[in-house]
Design a protein around this ligand. Structure first.
Ligand code: SAM
Length: 335
């Protein structure tokens, strides 16, 4: 018996792996913050070369980079130099679809919020408010530079954004409203693929203003009207389709019903909503559900739960279409 217990260490290994998870996520954050992927864009560099350019300690950086290379982010050659690989390409800055901004927000505010997860679980409050003294969106409004960093982090989902116009037909549609559309990356992708479409970006004032440059870059600015507002009070009228990409998971069921009710009053007759979220049960959704618990006080939901949420708001569940990175497009039809 003793021998078996000693040779089967799989349970202990699993606990150790999960307990060590933050080593990797903070190492990834360090590489992103130091701009390592940009420094490697011209070719391989040693840790000393990287440390010199990044203003870091060579031995410490080598050890962090060796861990990341072992996890498949960056390659290390036989001379101990580091190279970009397909995963590390996602850490380059200034590239559309880069995940660097996402890693920065995860490694800074979200990581700090998670320090309060135990208090959140004990009390039912969200960890971000416990940690920062205000909710996530109040915090982003109060600190505009962090607000813009968050907008960029949210805009870092090009893989699933660009799939939306491929899986959903916008042919018979005139106006799409992106509710809480952030920096407009998703709306831009839909408009770029559908030249007949007009778009409305609806979000808090500073977010809408900051999106202008991004929409211009996507060459769709002439077809987008920015409207500032609060979706708990009202939603801009006149759309045939209202997008809710990663919006409803930020809020409780009651708050979602208020938002959807406001949308029902705004949507054109026969109009639709498109909710983009990860669905429970699912690998990533189970994880991001805990992220919502920690940083927004919202939750992830199953397809059935979205159907229930729509009841009484003037919408009913339509099709559910899978997107990359375990996202789904959940259609709601006017009743
Ligand atoms: C998680 S982000 C999602 C952004 C974008 N839809 C995406 O998927 O990348 C949530 C967005 O909701 C906006 N938001 C939060 N509260 C809002 C409110 N009360 N009224 C309007 N927009 C709001 C935020 O400014 C932010 O852009």
């Amino acid at each position: 018996m003793k021998v078996d217990a000693a040779s089967d260490d799989s349970g202990a290994r699993r606990v150790q792996e999960v307990a060590m998870g933050y080593y990797s996520s903070q190492a990834l954050y360090v590489a992103a913050r130091l701009g390592i992927a940009d420094l490697l864009s011209a070719g391989p560099l040693s840790a000393a070369g990287l440390a010199d350019a990044a203003g870091a300690d060579s031995d410490s950086l080598f050890r962090v980079m060796r861990l990341l290379a072992g996890q498949g982010i960056f390659d290390m050659d036989s001379d101990g130099r580091f190279l970009l690989n397909p995963a590390a390409e996602h850490l380059r800055s200034g590239e559309r679809g880069t995940m660097r901004d996402l890693v920065l927000v995860f490694g800074e505010e979200f990581y700090q919020a998670f320090e309060q997860l135990l208090v959140a679980v004990r009390t039912g409050r969200d960890a971000f408010t416990i940690s920062f003294g205000r909710g996530l969106f109040d915090y982003l409004a109060k600190y505009p530079d962090r607000g813009r960093a968050f907008d960029r982090a949210m805009g870092a989902g090009a893989v699933f954004f660009s799939a939306v116009p491929q899986v959903y037909d916008f042919d018979a549609v005139q106006t799409v409203v992106d509710v809480g559309g952030g920096n407009g990356t998703l709306l831009g992708a839909i408009l770029a693929a559908n030249p007949q479409l007009q778009g409305i970006l609806y979000d808090a004032g500073p977010v809408v203003e900051a999106a202008a440059g991004n929409l211009h870059e996507q060459a769709v600015a002439g077809r987008v009207r920015g409207v500032a507002g609060n979706f708990f009070n009202s939603i801009v009228e006149g759309g045939d389709i209202y997008l809710f990409a990663r919006i409803l998971h930020d809020w409780t069921d009651d708050q979602c019903r208020t938002i959807l009710g406001n949308c029902r009053r705004a949507v054109n007759p026969g109009g639709r909503i498109l909710i983009i979220e990860r669905l429970l049960p699912g690998g990533y959704a189970t994880a991001t559900d805990v992220n919502m618990l920690a940083v927004t006080g919202g939750r992830e939901r199953s397809e059935e739960e979205f159907g229930t949420l729509m009841e009484g708001t003037g919408f009913r569940l339509g099709r559910v279409i899978p997107l990359p990175l375990e996202y789904n497009l959940v259609e709601g039809l006017s009743v």
